[in-house]
Write a protein that binds this ligand. Sequence first.
Ligand SMILES: Cc1cc2nc3c(=O)[nH]c(=O)nc-3n(C[C@H](O)[C@H](O)[C@H](O)COP(=O)(O)OP(=O)(O)OC[C@H]3O[C@@H](n4cnc5c(N)ncnc54)[C@H](O)[C@@H]3O)c2cc1C
Length: 222
Amino acid sequence: MGQVVKIISIEHLTHDVIRIVAEKPVTLTYNPGQAVDLSINKPDWEQELRPFTFTSLPGDEHIEFTIKTYPDHNGVTQQLLSLNNKDQLIIHDVFGDISYKGEGIFIAGGAGVTPFIAILKQLEKTNRVGNNKLIFANKTKADIILEDHFHKLLGNNFINILSEEERVGYEHGYITSDLIKKHTDEHTKYFYLCGPEPMMQAVEKHLSSLGVSDHFIVKEAF
Ligand SMILES: Cc1cc2nc3c(=O)[nH]c(=O)nc-3n(C[C@H](O)[C@H](O)[C@H](O)COP(=O)(O)OP(=O)(O)OC[C@H]3O[C@@H](n4cnc5c(N)ncnc54)[C@H](O)[C@@H]3O)c2cc1C
């Protein structure tokens, strides 16, 4: 049993990422970094629950999601692309392992940046962005979600790495232990990881080779 909410707006942020704003269920509570199981209130789709992270803040009037869609694959995200502000979503249970513990480096792959959108929004609101850094791995520049936003918020503490495009000002390839080491300084206490499983496994190996203890790793696989 979930709560039915009306969609307020849907817009594209990149070629395959959309931002959905919807009504906030009256009794809903969540923390920045948490996700919720969501389904579409349409025949055949109400039971198709998928997890998405709130990119709004708990105190906001509405809820917002930032969703990478798979247009060629007959799934929930493909359906979301065909919705408009007459449609409804169903909001189910809230969960999620990522929360802010202290300064460090956020390491995201693709849509894995969504918990960090919420956490950094919260830090910005409370003037605590400090020396936090974001290493954001994508295939190409066109895939970077909210590039301008992060650039304004973090300046040189926003590091992009592109696996399928070489560009001046952007690291190239996959995240390495050298790249993590290069950006680790006296302010780095925690490492926050979120992205696809293979990327997570690789980054965890790098952190372990750098001697980072599990206690300082906060993570969730997408
Ligand atoms: C806790 C948590 C929070 C999350 N938060 C977010 C979020 O905020 N934003 C976000 O974008 N995602 C998020 N995700 C990931 C998101 O849940 C999935 O991308 C989503 O469930 C995909 O649903 P789907 O029905 O479209 O695809 P599904 O049918 O569930 O299949 C999706 C998978 O199929 C693969 N695929 C893509 N195209 C094809 C194809 N043509 N044929 C076969 N397989 C294909 C993709 O690799 C994809 O992972 C989160 C995941 C978790 C676990």
